[in-house]
Design a protein around this ligand. Sequence first.
Ligand SMILES: Nc1ncnc2c1ncn2[C@@H]1O[C@H](COP(=O)(O)OP(=O)(O)OP(=O)(O)O)[C@@H](O)[C@H]1O
Length: 339
Amino acid sequence: MCRQVDTPSGVTVSTPPLVSVVLGPPTVLVARLLPGQLVGDLRRASYRLAGHLGAVALRIEPRGLTYARIELLAADPLDAVLPLDLTPARGGVLLGRDEAGCEVRVEPVELPHLVVQGQTRSGKSAFLYALIAQLASDDDVTVAGVDPSGLTLRPFAGTRHGEHQTCGLADLDRIEKVLAGLVAEMDHRLTVMPADRDIMATGPGVPLIVVVLDEYPATLRALDAADTKQGKRVRALVARLLAESHKVGFRVVIAAQRAEAAIVGAAERAQAAGRLSFRVDSPDTVKLLHSDADDLAGAHTTAPPGIALLTWPGRPLSRIRAPWIGSYAAFVSAVERGA
Ligand SMILES: Nc1ncnc2c1ncn2[C@@H]1O[C@H](COP(=O)(O)OP(=O)(O)OP(=O)(O)O)[C@@H](O)[C@H]1O
């Protein structure tokens, strides 16, 4: 957080001066930002600064335009479980709670394409359950997708969403058929989009279509093993959805244990502005989705279940606690109620 400053007598160092120190607890510092420095700059460095200040984490808030309030936290603010409240009118989809204790919410239509990665038992499925349960209760959203294990999309059987989904790997042709149907709907929307618009409004009659590709590598492996040409065709359909569908009301959610380049190539990653990593096997895997995670990548390989790194449009890279819907049965009944 220091600046090197050239003075007539040589190079010196300038640091954000502390204008107030309250020993607390909690200990709170107020620092005056250096010219051109932003609160986000402090937040980005907070993971390195916390240990040196004897804290587990720092909560940094702006004070006016030029000051930052820095609270030294003795416990990780993400330790507590975040129960998912599915009562209507809560104002957008809850993605989690950040380290400042604030809920991260987004309207369904504001969702970008997403890539979610995480090892077994890291909380990736729990996050998908929470996301899908919230979307399923919205009449203007259709949940589509491919689910090799069947657990994630099985609760939609017999609902209006089911025709746009396929569960299991027994019928590989159906995977291609479902994705081809979604691409056909995308093409139709692109064709009928009014000439004076570059974004199609979603709502009654034109639902936002969220395409969930759970355990995407498992789907591709099964397709490649059966018929490499079919694997290529499915990859091409997904690539088209990622590249062309956002403006006509589609969102793609790709979930994988590891978003490796062979599965989620650079072009696909570039289309997915939303990226979540639950615990993964190595710092290099973290960096597949968060190239700027230098300070956080190492520690994240031992993150507890439900803690994710979040890269999101308009937000600095941050850690969040994902919402917890409860047991699988709670997820099933939430989908059945909502869908
Ligand atoms: N957001 C959360 N809050 C609290 N606990 C969580 C959260 N997410 C996950 N857990 C705990 O971690 C366990 C594993 O989570 P989950 O089943 O989602 O992992 P996963 O990464 O999807 O693994 P798998 O590949 O085995 O399905 C859950 O049973 C739960 O105990």
